[in-house]
Design a protein around this ligand. Structure first.
Ligand SMILES: NC(=O)c1ccc[n+]([C@@H]2O[C@H](COP(=O)([O-])OP(=O)(O)OC[C@H]3O[C@@H](n4cnc5c(N)ncnc54)[C@H](OP(=O)(O)O)[C@@H]3O)[C@@H](O)[C@H]2O)c1
Length: 287
């Protein structure tokens, strides 16, 4: 994705942008025509973010979000990068569902846990790989004013852009997860056993890890008739499809499409309204 200032908007453009707005594109740069005019002279080749001068063209079907003034650009970009995950989670989770978030202390995982809470999940089980991440998920500094996603002030939520309206849910002891499981998501039997002990299997499992080999554990930790959202780019279609078949698992498996209408605004609302999610993000982006 890139950030820049809108120079001109075509008269028929449906993106709703006006000249002068600072925006981030929410699509891969491989899909964005970009002419760089400064030869990358401002880049020190040490950063994965590349400052440059140039022009980009967005299409009618491009996605762009206005950069919010109340959040740093780094934080906003980190949120935009994974904003499809909480939006899809919100769409899939129904009232009373048991939701398993694999990689719950990560960016997409923490947002998805907050979205599941707001959508009315009865129990959220968060999987983390280490005790250190478990401690992070329980960060006591987040608990004072943080009531999970129920803490998002209603006035701040743009109901038009939200993927779906949430039902009421109680504030959990941990802001984001009712149960925290420390497990290697690549170990299917070990993961499923620990998830079951924590109140699983899940109605909905959201895979937010950044490593390959987590398909079997996610499938085995999900109820028959349940749904697995594979947001991780490390997911293998063949491992998921053949794994489900091999386990006689009647689960719906969704590829985590990065786009859901209203996804950026929804994720920004969660970041603003759920302090624990914001803290986890700020640790990762260092802002
Ligand atoms: N579908 C889409 O449109 C889309 C868009 C953007 C990103 N993604 C993908 O989403 C995935 C997650 O991205 P993210 O930015 O949320 O990553 P992230 O912030 O790094 O979170 C990943 C989490 O998974 C944990 N983890 C790693 N290995 C694990 C294991 N074996 N067992 C349990 N947990 C483990 C990590 O722990 P540690 O930090 O301790 O390693 C981390 O907490 C990536 O694959 C990314 O490419 C998908």
């Amino acid at each position: 994705m890139l950030t820049g200032t809108v120079e001109e908007a075509g008269p028929a453009s449906p993106l709703g942008l006006v000249p002068g707005q600072r925006v981030a594109t929410l699509v891969s740069l491989t899909l964005t025509p970009l002419q760089i005019t400064d030869g990358l002279s401002q880049w020190d080749a040490q950063s994965e973010q590349v400052p440059c001068k140039g022009h980009a063209i967005l299409f009618a079907r491009s996605i762009a979000a206005v950069l919010p003034e109340d959040l740093s650009v780094e934080l906003s970009l980190a949120v935009f990068d994974v904003c499809g995950a909480p939006a899809l989670t919100s769409r899939v989770v129904t009232e009373g569902a048991v939701v398993l978030v694999v990689g719950a202390a990560g960016k997409s995982g923490s947002l998805s846990a907050a979205a599941a809470r707001q959508a009315g999940a009865s129990k959220i089980i968060g999987v983390v790989p280490t005790e250190a991440e478990a401690a992070l998920l329980r960060d006591p500094t987040a608990t004072a004013q943080d009531e999970g996603a129920e803490g998002v002030p209603r006035a701040r939520i743009n109901w038009q852009s939200r993927p779906r309206r949430a039902g009421p849910s109680p504030a959990p002891k941990s802001p984001l997860a009712d149960e925290i499981v420390v497990a290697d998501a690549r170990d299917p039997v070990g993961l499923a056993g620990k998830v079951e002990a924590a109140g699983g299997p899940a109605d909905v499992t959201v895979v937010c890890v950044d490593v390959p080999g987590c398909e079997g554990g996610a499938i085995l930790s999900t109820k028959q008739g349940g749904t697995v959202i594979f947001f991780s780019m490390a997911t293998s279609f063949s491992a998921a499809a053949l794994g489900a078949e091999g386990l006689a698992a009647d689960v719906t498996m969704l590829v985590g499409n990065g786009y859901v209408p209203g996804h950026a605004a929804f994720a920004l609302d969660l970041i603003r309204g759920v302090p624990s999610v914001r803290q986890l993000f700020e640790r990762r982006v260092g802002s």
